[in-house]
Design a protein around this ligand. Structure first.
Ligand code: ATP
Length: 414
């Protein structure tokens, strides 16, 4: 059986992945978990998410399916935080997910779906499910059951002992920097060098102590061995679509819709501008116009964006909100020549000349030499071609980090 769960936690506490970890532990009494459990990130733009729009699914083999279902359901009730205003838990147990469910996953990662979209499939295919309150969690639970990853990474999530929930986390910072130094780029987003922060551990009251993301399991386990922390209650290694760009749609500017994420090509139309709060904007054009933004939390990524000039050709990646694309990364494909129309040095007396007026060339005040031709100096561009990304502290879970973009010109942010 394939068990999918979503929307069981609230801002106040608990975590769907923790519920799944407990459920798997309990179920192991009556059967066997097959392969890695899946940590499935869905459309990061959905309105009702608590944090990172995650759902979990795992494959379970048993000859006691009735007992297994009872145990799963009991854990689901016990570890769902029904007090949460936006908590609407869902659990789905399917025998063999159909291609319709896999397609539902793809849509859930990129599009906005309704509870009825999930219910229609569940009823048509006669799939066992339970939804609490309005049952919105059935969307994520069904999507997780159907998830097939074209690309994947792993995350080891380590959970705190219950007696410590809500208390400050005890993690030896030095050991985290060391673990990162010894395993990057096979693990990533443990720390943010530029912003001098540890980013692999949440600050909230939930049961997660930290999560190590990476490509190779050996590297993740190596990092785990190095990190010194408070004792853990449980740890689970997930297979996940994090870091794969599974949320990104290819499209044309004219066809984009809000609350979806795209990669779009276009020519930079105007000089980037900055608004109060330090948010940077520019627009691209390719048949239609799209305003792109690098918000203040993207920190030094904004310095890259500010170096763009009209005429540069770029590919932008990000979520569209209120008609503006919020940048996750950018590929600079072509840089135009940047020139300055500074007055030239006088060829006779070597002093700086001055403009004689619009389109009237230059004159030298000292020796009265005149030049008619418009003079420009080619400036060195302080920007190279290739991909640039937001720092780890601002990265979306689904965004593919540049260290995973083999064979491309990349400028990773670490
Ligand atoms: P956590 O990361 O702590 O598990 P979360 O950020 O995953 O929390 P949820 O509490 O799971 O957030 O809330 C997200 C809700 O949105 C769930 O009910 C889920 O079923 C639903 N959902 C997921 N993807 C979509 C989608 N594409 N369209 C509409 N609703 C969605």
């Amino acid at each position: 059986m394939f068990i999918g769960i979503d929307d069981t936690d609230s801002e106040q506490g608990l975590c769907t992945t923790y519920l799944a970890a407990i459920m798997m532990k309990r179920l192991s009494r009556v059967g066997e978990i097959r392969g890695f459990p899946r940590l499935v990130r869905l459309n990061p733009c959905v309105q009702f998410k608590t944090r990172g729009n995650a759902a979990v699914a795992f494959e379970f083999e048993t000859d006691q399916s009735k007992r297994a279902r009872e145990l799963a359901l009991q854990t689901f009730y016990e570890f769902s935080d029904l007090s949460g205003k936006n908590t609407n838990p869902g659990i789905v147990i399917a025998e063999d997910p159909s291609s319709t469910i896999t397609e539902f996953y793809r849509k859930a990662a990129t599009d906005i779906l309704s509870i009825n979209d999930a219910l229609n499939i569940l009823e048509n295919e006669n799939i066992w499910h339970r939804g609490l309150k309005n049952g919105r969690g059935l969307i994520g639970a069904l999507a997780a059951v159907g998830a097939e990853f074209a690309d994947f990474t792993h995350e080891l999530i380590v959970y705190r002992q219950r007696t410590r929930w809500g208390m400050p986390r005890e993690i030896d910072a030095k050991s985290v920097w060391q673990a990162d130094a010894l395993t990057y780029p096979q693990t990533w987003d443990n720390v943010d060098y530029f912003n001098n922060r540890i980013v692999f551990s949440p600050n909230s009251a939930d049961p997660v102590l930290f999560g190590i993301r990476g490509e190779k399991i050996e590297a993740i386990l190596k990092a785990f061995q190095i990190i010194k922390s408070e004792p853990a209650e449980l740890k689970v290694l997930y297979k996940t679509n994090q870091g794969t760009d599974a949320h990104i749609l290819e499209g044309k500017i004219s066809g984009v819709e809000d609350d979806r994420s795209y990669k779009l090509c276009g020519t930079v139309q105007d000089k980037p501008w900055i608004i109060k709060g330090g948010h940077v904007f520019f627009s691209i054009h390719n048949g239609s116009k799209m305003v792109c933004s690098a918000f203040e939390p993207t920190k030094h990524f904004r310095n890259t964006v500010k170096k763009l000039i009209p005429g540069d050709f770029v590919e932008v990646y990000g979520a569209v909100r209120s008609g503006t694309l919020n940048l996750e990364k950018i590929q600079v494909l072509n840089l135009v020549e940047q020139v300055s129309y500074q007055a030239p040095i006088c060829p006779s007396c070597r002093r700086r000349m001055e403009s004689s007026g619009m389109n009237q060339g230059y004159r030298c005040r000292h020796c009265r030499t005149r030049i008619q031709a418009r003079h420009h100096v080619k400036l060195q561009r302080d920007l190279e071609k290739g991909y640039y990304e937001v720092p780890p502290s601002a990265r979306r879970h689904l965004s593919k980090p540049l260290v995973r973009m083999n064979g491309e010109i990349v400028h990773p942010s670490r």
